[in-house]
Design a protein around this ligand. Structure first.
Ligand code: OGA
Ligand code: NI
Length: 337
């Protein structure tokens, strides 16, 4: 089956005023109608370098995770060169590598695994499509990596992704520790509840080509991430939106910041104390937007449920305990959890 890549549709529709009807969202989703304009939502920005005040950083992270489910971190310790290289090789894969070569690492139809180059994630409601192509591959731990899904071109792709993965581990551990302490748990307990060192780091590159009608289309439709935490590097093109108090707001682009999303598994394990954030992306008329989220995911067999220490008579469990793979299956097939 030949899959239509959005990148190809975008280059055909460059000189047009319209887009194919399957990319036009219903009115209750169209960004032009549903975005609150003139307000750039200030999701909390947290400076991780302020080591004189560890307690304060922890407090800010936990407050952001409770109130927003999303925040940005700056001075996070990942050198700018490392993220710039990650971005450069990802952009080269999408823009310089011939399409036939990209298709060599395409996700196979019917395959169980999410890894590979692709266009559609799940059955879209009413046949509507998002204006985005993507690439998924695991980057950590080494035992789960399938290099067959990593681009061979540009040749430095592998090194750039390995360098970023190693640097990201420290940031991730810091997030888990803070979230753990914020619930009155020992620093290691939250990560342990997610499977500890078995946690899988899944890289995704989103490639949103220019779109003639950004007022009518969406990139990624509204969702919460299934992961524990997602740590995302965006390019400079605005596009991420979060839902708060009944409206969609743009999240401000901050150079060199990492955007941290609380995912469903942290909401569940915290028994609802932390919120997984509802978010979506818009696209741009002239510019290509790209983003590099890494989903920190429990292993498929890992059981996730409210952490027992957080449960008592006043705080009964709000979520079922189940294997991560069963959670994913229900969510992708839109079945009740
Ligand atoms: C996602 C996502 C946001 C972005 O891929 O799950 O929410 O900024 N991406 O591209
Ligand atoms: Ni997301």
């Amino acid at each position: 089956m030949e899959v239509e890549r959005v990148q190809a549709i975008a280059s055909l529709s460059k000189c047009m005023e319209t887009i194919p009807s399957e990319y036009i969202r219903s009115e209750n989703e169209q960004p032009a109608i549903t975005t609150l304009h003139g307000v750039v939502l200030e999701v909390p920005v947290i400076d991780l370098s302020d080591s004189s005040d560890e307690g304060n950083i922890e407090g800010l992270i936990c407050e952001a995770a409770r109130e927003w489910g999303i925040f940005q971190v700056v001075n996070h310790g990942i050198p700018d060169e490392v993220t710039s290289k990650l971005q450069k090789v990802g952009k080269e894969f999408f823009e310089l590598v011939p399409q036939e070569e990209k298709e060599l690492i395409a996700k196979l139809p019917g395959s169980e695994s999410i890894e590979g180059y692709g266009t559609r994630l799940q059955k879209e409601v009413e046949g509507k499509k998002g204006w985005v192509d993507h690439l998924f591959h695991k980057i950590w731990p080494p035992s789960v990596i399938n290099y067959q899904f990593w681009p061979k071109n540009p040749p430095s792709y592998r090194e750039a992704n390995e360098d970023y993965a190693k640097r990201l581990l420290g940031v991730a551990d810091k997030m888990f520790e803070c979230l753990s302490k914020g619930l009155g748990l020992e620093p290691h307990e939250m990560k342990e509840a997610m499977g500890g060192e078995k946690l899988i780091y899944l890289m995704k590159i989103n490639y949103y080509p220019p779109c003639p009608r950004p007022d009518l289309a969406l990139g990624v439709v509204a969702h919460t991430d299934m992961s524990a935490i997602t740590i995302l590097v965006p390019n400079e093109v605005q596009g991420l939106q979060v839902f708060k108090d009944g409206y969609w707001y743009d999240v401000k682009y901050i150079p060199n910041a990492l955007i941290v999303h609380i995912g469903d598994q942290i909401e569940i394990s915290s028994n609802g104390k932390y919120k997984s954030v509802l978010h979506r992306t818009t696209v741009n008329k002239e510019k290509t937007r790209m983003s590099w989220p890494v989903f920190l995911e429990p292993a498929p067999e890992q059981e996730i449920g409210p952490i027992p220490k957080l449960i008592n008579e006043e705080n009964p469990p709000k979520f079922k305990t189940k294997k991560y793979k069963d959670y994913v299956n229900c969510k992708l097939n839109k079945l009740p959890q």
